[in-house]
Design a protein around this ligand. Structure first.
Ligand code: SF4
Length: 204
């Protein structure tokens, strides 16, 4: 479809001769739309949630990724962000929220506590939220800075862009194909080992 502005007039018209053609696959288009309009369900329980709030504020501004709409309502959300440690008392709560979110849905585990229990190796604390819900992206750190969260968000968007999901229940394969997530620790090992000029903590 080519869209052009008619000369001297307002509005648009579709011109068969227009050079402004875009061709794509339907599932690529749907993945592009999904990955750039993620509606998040924040589940902030501790300090990591403050960094998540900073990500949403003006300096970092996750609205740039189409994610400005915090849902706070599981039925209108498609990405659950667990930011902070999860005590066992909250485990049924996060599971219920996850179950209430409609498909397709994804989750981000933000920070060491959410991913592994962090320093809280105690009987009260869930040792990784992946024992309660499936996790798509782990963001390491204690706490991760907003930049780290955004890298996790970009990884999720990339993963989403490569997913194959059925577009109809009558046509095509019905299974969901998900790419293997890359291990950023291994991918960045050389670059990190080579870094020998580090900024002072005052500059961070
Ligand atoms: S990872 Fe660190 S900053 Fe995040 S909730 Fe745990 S203790 Fe707090």
């Amino acid at each position: 479809m080519g869209l052009t502005l008619p000369e001297g007039g307002a509005g648009t018209e579709v011109s068969a001769m227009s050079p402004n053609w875009v061709t794509t696959r339907l599932d690529s288009l749907s993945n592009w739309a999904r990955s750039n309009s993620l509606w998040s369900m924040p589940f902030g329980t501790a300090c990591c949630a403050i960094e998540f709030m900073a990500s949403a504020a003006s300096r970092f501004d996750i609205a740039r990724f189409g994610m400005e709409r915090m849902s706070f309502s599981p039925r209108q959300a498609d990405v659950l962000i667990c930011a902070g440690r999860l005590p066992f008392k909250l485990a049924p709560v996060i599971r219920k929220i996850w179950d209430q979110m409609p498909q397709p849905k994804w989750s981000i585990s933000m920070g060491a506590c959410a991913s592994s229990g962090g320093i809280f190796d105690t009987y009260t604390m869930v040792q990784g939220i992946d024992t309660i819900i499936p996790v798509d992206v782990y963001v390491p750190g204690c706490p991760p800075r907003p930049e780290a969260f955004m890298e996790g968000l970009l990884l999720l968007q990339k993963k989403l862009g490569e997913e194959r999901r059925p577009l109809s229940w009558v046509a095509g394969p019905q299974g969901v194909t998900r790419p293997d997530p890359p291990c950023m620790r291994d991918l960045k090992r050389q670059e990190r080992a080579a870094a020998n000029i580090l900024p002072s903590p005052d500059e961070v």
